[in-house]
Design a binder for this molecule. Structure first.
Ligand code: OSB
Ligand code: MG
Length: 376
């Protein structure tokens, strides 16, 4: 049994090495909530992937902070835990706030891996010694800059290029890219930028031989995606819409998608991520691991998750240097010329968390201990 003695919340601010633009907005720097749990002399970290604004989902760092402080941490502090799998039950009374829940649950999984002296990937059920990496390339100020970026990433060996798109930054881009790289594995991510009036337009993208179109329609929709999937040859991949295993089952049954992007934060933690992975595997639906501009801590968690067998498509888990001039783990995450990340072999997340660096980046902190428990 594990018992958590203290939970430390902190906000760190980190400028992105390159601004990242999606159909829902531009991010130049990240405000990130990190949680650190202490148990019997061991310490483990979790990263909350909620954004600076509630634009990708309804969570943001400030809602995650208050829910963690007032609801989730108090439940975790008094509990007797078998491991990370005990968290969903503890947190069930709190509806939603999955990114906040995931940060704590994932830290508990890391703690358990340290106690058992096994790599986190092994504890999660991972089997892959290396994972296949793709990149997500944001909307650029110009087509020339986009071509430059793609060229850099293709040269670096990444196995799949995903282009963020939106009305006005789609067809012409795909045409230009395909003219230069007819054979690369290419996909796109609309982050819900299209509507029913765009169905013919979306159907015309079949000519570009995209591996998938990610989340073209509303962030909370299955039904209209299933209508669209019937109209187009290209596979739809759902990201935002899939909050849990039931959503995955519904989407698969309705044929709303043929591929699922699993983000451990979006679905509330490793337990639910594994449940979705398994449900998809049983139904022949491949999954891949999405990214949320994570620091090394969240990135290490994504790497461990990506080692599960049905993560059979390259994910959005790429090198630290694409995001940060200096990461908060050592060594930084690197990607080989073959576009792969080698799973670390040591116990826990397999990377050393750089506490000094985190201290220097911290702008807000709070510690919660067992005796401070206040529940309604
Ligand atoms: O939809 O996959 C997305 C980043 C922030 C929010 C949403 C998304 C993304 C990415 C970037 O595509 C993935 C990454 O490189 O971390
Ligand atoms: Mg996406």
């Amino acid at each position: 049994m594990l018992k958590i003695d203290a939970i430390h919340l902190r906000e760190i601010n980190m400028p992105l090495a390159h601004p990242f633009e999606t159909s829902f907005g531009l991010t130049t720097g990240r405000r990130i909530l990190l949680v650190e749990i202490e148990s019997d002399g061991l310490t483990a970290w979790g990263e909350c992937v909620a954004g600076e604004h509630p634009y990708f989902s309804d969570e943001m760092i400030d809602t995650a902070w208050i829910i963690t402080e007032t609801e989730l941490a108090p439940r975790l502090l008094d509990a007797e835990l078998q491991g990370g799998g005990s968290c969903p039950g503890l947190f069930r009374q709190v509806r939603g706030h999955r990114m906040a829940k995931a940060a704590l649950e994932n830290a508990v999984w890391d703690l358990k891996a340290q106690v058992e002296q096994v790599p986190l990937a092994q504890l999660l059920g991972g089997t892959r010694p290396v994972i296949a990496c793709g990149v997500s390339i944001g909307i650029q100020p110009s087509v020339e800059q986009l071509m430059e970026k793609i060229s850099t990433e293709v040269e670096a060996g990444y196995q799949r290029i995903k282009l963020k798109c939106k009305p006005g930054w789609d067809m012409q881009i795909f045409e230009t890219v395909r003219a230069r790289w007819p054979d690369i594995t290419l996909s796109c991510d609309a982050n819900s930028a299209y509507r029913m009036k765009d169905f013919d337009h979306l159907a015309s993208w079949d000519q570009f031989n995209l591996l998938m179109i990610e989340q073209p329609l509303w962030y909370d929709d299955f039904y209209f995606h299933s209508m669209l999937q019937k109209r187009i040859k290209t596979a739809i991949c759902l990201d935002e819409s899939i909050r849990n295993r039931r959503d995955a089952l519904a989407a698969i049954a309705m044929e709303s998608c043929r591929i699922i992007n699993i983000k451990v934060g979006r679905v509330g933690g490793f337990s639910e991520a594994i449940a979705i992975h398994n449900a998809a595997a049983e139904r022949g639906i491949p999954v891949w691991c999405g990214g949320m501009l994570e620091t090394g801590i969240g990135r290490a968690h994504n790497i461990a998750l990506s080692s599960l067998p049905n993560f059979s498509l390259p994910g959005d888990v790429s090198a630290s240097s694409r995001y940060w001039s200096q990461d908060i783990i050592e060594p930084a995450v690197t990607v080989s010329k073959k576009g792969e990340i080698v799973l670390p072999g040591t116990a826990g997340i397999g990377y050393a968390v750089q506490r000094d660096r985190i201290e220097a980046l911290t702008v807000r902190r709070q510690t919660l201990r067992s005796k401070s428990r206040v529940l309604a």
